[in-house]
Ligand binder design. Sequence first.
Ligand SMILES: [Zn+2]
Length: 121
Amino acid sequence: MYNDIVLDHFSDPRNVGEIADANGIGYVNNAADGDKITIYIKVENNILTDVKFKTFGCGAAIAASSMVTVLAKGKTLSEALEIKNEDVSFALGGLPENKLKCSNTAADALHSAISDYKLRE
Ligand SMILES: [Zn+2]
């Protein structure tokens, strides 16, 4: 059902956990599949110097959360905002049709964390 990239990020997720001094936090609940994704970002000088996640959900949600942190880390705020839902599923080598919502949720959580950071500024 899942390809090797998805399985790799599901069984060995990158950047798991919380950032104690995060200055942006995004939370999205994908009620359709029961996925709950929280993304923590640390922004310094306009750069996402650290990105971590905590996800309760299916394998696709965990793999997508992991991938979105990899894609966003080290990017500027505007570059990170350009990471679209389809970029996450593309980077994962594709997901089953019924799991695309799960990868969308991960990108939404990243964007929500960036919005939260901007509100705090
Ligand atoms: Zn899911």
